[in-house]
Design a protein around this ligand. Sequence first.
Ligand code: P6P
Length: 344
Amino acid sequence: MTTTNTPIITVQQHILEEQKRFPGSSGEFSSLLSAITMGTKMIQAKVRRAGLSDILGEHGDVNVQGEIQQKLDVYSNDILSHFLSLRDSVGVLVSEENEKPIIVHNNLENANYAIVFDPLDGSSNIDVNVSVGTTFSILRRPEGVGMNDAEQWALQPGNKQIAAGYVVYGSSTILVYSVGNGVHGFTLDPSLGAYILSHPNMRMPEQGKYYSVNEAYRDSFPPGYTEYIDRLRKGFLGHKYASRYIGSMVADFHRTLLKGGVFLYPPTESNPDGKLRLLYEANPVAFLAEQAGGMALDGTGRVLDIQPVSIHQRCPLVVGSRVEMEDFEQVMVEAGSTPKSDSF
Ligand code: P6P
């Protein structure tokens, strides 16, 4: 008899249960996810001590994005790459921090997965103690594609993801993931060093009260976006909205998943294709949003249907509750930005 009526379920136990949904899988899937859980536990330990171990400040190098790397970026990338490379089932790694894909096992026949990840999203917020996060997406090697074409392992539309998730390093450390069977959240208990199921079967509210966008760029948003944001500011469909913007996509999405509403990163003058990366930012959250009953659009259609052409390509992202998202879609159709579709 435990001291509580609520079963204590670790993420490892949960993954094993989910694993049963993949007939014939030999535990490689749970091994993959355990690499991510182990890596993020070590990342969070550094994040929690960032102010104490002179790890703050810039690493000095510049990453493929042209951004000055923070030391935690580098550490997080090294840690996740290390643990994932230990898994025989991993063939290719694609990280925001690496210009090219990393070929992990080019001679193992069961190296059939590509893991796409952003080791530390929101890193510009590290030095001011604002929540940051790790995102990941798991793809199966496309039929007939070998190691000599590593990019093709990752250049698949988001609807091909077999799993995706994130870890948000906030007031607590929470892992959220889905293997296509709903969305589940686990809170790290630092005293146990274990992720414990805290948010089973997460559902995004049908409608929320927050909208989330960097309004400083408002004047450069394409037609439709400002009209939509004005509708949110004035309130529609019966209630007023409040604005929340953290500036870390994982944290802004996590709030949207829990409370509903909408998060937007539209095209801007400096980022005409949007700032967020399709493969390891938009796709994972779009997968989770849809699994939780929400929607994710890029202003012209469904994010998960975008066929990627380069591993670091950007895309606009509007993600949130069904009510707000259907309204967004309608506004964009009227603005001529979105082709009329009957799929929503
Ligand atoms: P802006 C963080 O640097 C990030 O990549 C996302 O996590 C976040 O949503 C976005 O950039 C914030 O960008 O232009 O509003 O500062």
